[in-house]
Design a protein around this ligand. Structure first.
Ligand SMILES: [Zn+2]
Ligand SMILES: [Zn+2]
Length: 445
């Protein structure tokens, strides 16, 4: 059948609104709404057949029961905007739950003239687009189909708008300037983080539920959560240093995720100052930037090498020539390391190989040295120094044929292994127009 024959057949099934008629032919032409498409087809048939044209009352439509009326689209657009009137966002997406009855009617309509049950466009696609257009106009924001700041779900049958506020992300590098602070909150294992053993306060953690009072997370994330007015936050680090190690130098990349933020377009320089004031010298952050959610995966999974500084104590006096020779031997050398005893015993014991890119150092006195090691990600530095009773080969202790112990270990830098995989890649940052002021939405026009 030709398109006009199809229209004639469908037009007998009155009352059928222009949108529901037009939607069957949504794959024809561009730049028209389905309402315009349906009305035009109806007019065309009237002209071709020279019969009177009668406009259709949308509210009486047997397929959508009036849901496709312009004022319905307007009303849903208004309801979406109102639902987020106190929430700042830049991008959104609208989804629609089609009532089963409308879905059934859509199928019946198409099958009645021998078309595929999904001919043209689905009801929900039109709804998403028409309501979406109106949300954008009211809130001065843009549609994004990938990962929008806000996901609206319109449920026609329940007569409700559901709003999902997606997380916001702040990237930066931190320095940990105090020893004895873990990177993230560390729940007490004695009481499983409850703070209680039976009805009395846990002795191990003093009832706090945490093994440490502070963590890099606790000293940074709550500030971000507060500034972004979120419900909660979490800390994602690019690896982690030992609790007793400092993280200094250029710092370690991290992403703080804030759940359900009501503010996103924040003053990042001011946030940096706020965090550093709050952390009070125990932790420092810098290079803060607003990031995309993909940045979380990136900081967790990018292959990174680390530069360490170790204070080393030897069991016997060391000759400076032997010391220098040993470090030269370790440079550009592949190390075999059997899983150290101190490492989590649930981890499978294996021999792994890691490269030392650079080993340098100075002998402070015959039994003390400061050693800097730049090694591939996963290198066990304490064992590289001590030899771990022969489980790491070669090692500084082994090459010098005397016991060697790391007394202090600091991380000086965390670097992406490959030049092209730098942590600070613009594709993973949100660009906020420097001239843009924080967006404020008004629910009314
Ligand atoms: Zn309709
Ligand atoms: Zn406890």
């Amino acid at each position: 059948m030709s398109i006009l024959e199809n229209v004639r057949a469908l037009a007998t099934q009155n009352p059928l609104c222009d949108a529901c008629l037009g939607r069957v032919f949504a794959d024809r032409s561009f730049g028209l709404t389905n309402t315009e498409r349906g009305k035009s087809l109806r007019i065309t048939v009237s002209l071709v057949d020279d019969i009177p044209y009668e406009s259709i009352d949308t509210t009486a439509c047997w397929v959508c029961e009036g849901a496709c009326a312009d004022d319905q689209f307007d009303s849903w657009g208004q309801r979406c905007a109102t639902a987020v009137s106190d929430t700042e966002f830049n991008t959104y997406q609208v989804g629609t739950k089609t009532p089963p009855l409308i879905e059934e009617n859509e199928t019946l309509l198409r099958e009645s003239i021998g078309l595929q049950s999904d001919a043209g466009e689905l009801f929900k696609s039109e709804y998403n687009r028409e309501v979406g257009k109106r949300v954008g106009q009211r809130t001065d924001t843009t549609v994004e189909f990938g990962r929008p700041d806000i996901q609206f779900t319109i449920d026609l049958e329940a007569d409700s708008v559901n709003v999902d506020i997606h997380s916001a992300f702040v990237y930066g590098r931190y320095r940990k300037l105090t020893r004895g602070i873990p990177q993230t909150e560390w729940p007490c294992s004695a009481c499983d983080g409850s703070g209680y053993q039976g009805s009395i306060a846990c002795e191990t953690c003093g009832g706090s539920g945490y093994l440490y009072d502070d963590s890099v997370e606790e000293l940074t994330a709550p500030v971000v959560c507060d500034v972004m007015d979120g419900t909660d936050s979490t800390f994602h680090g690019a690896g982690r240093e030992d609790v007793d190690a400092l993280m200094i130098g250029t710092g370690r990349p991290f992403v703080i995720e804030v759940f359900e933020p009501r503010r996103r377009n924040i003053d990042i320089n001011r946030l940096e100052g706020d965090i550093n004031a709050f952390a009070d010298g125990a932790v420092e952050v810098e290079n803060l930037r607003l990031a995309n959610y993909e940045m979380v995966e990136r900081v967790k999974e990018i292959e990174a090498s680390k530069r360490y500084r170790a204070a080393v104590a030897f069991d016997a006096p060391i000759n400076v020539t032997n010391f220098d020779t040993a470090l030269t031997t370790l440079t550009d050398t592949t190390i075999e390391q059997y899983t150290p005893n101190r490492v989590d015993h649930r981890r499978a014991a294996i021999t792994r190989t890691r490269t030392v890119y650079d080993a340098d150092g100075t002998l402070d006195d015959p039994t003390h040295a400061t050693v800097e090691i730049h090694g591939a990600g996963g290198l066990y530095v304490k064992e590289l120094i001590s030899g771990d009773d022969g489980r790491t080969e070669p090692s500084l202790a082994g090459l010098l044929d005397t016991g060697a112990t790391v007394t202090d270990l600091d991380v000086l830098g965390v670097y992406a292994e490959s030049e092209s995989e730098s942590f600070e890649n613009d594709a993973y940052f949100r660009t906020v127009d420097a001239s843009s002021h924080p967006i404020s939405h008004s629910a009314s026009e």
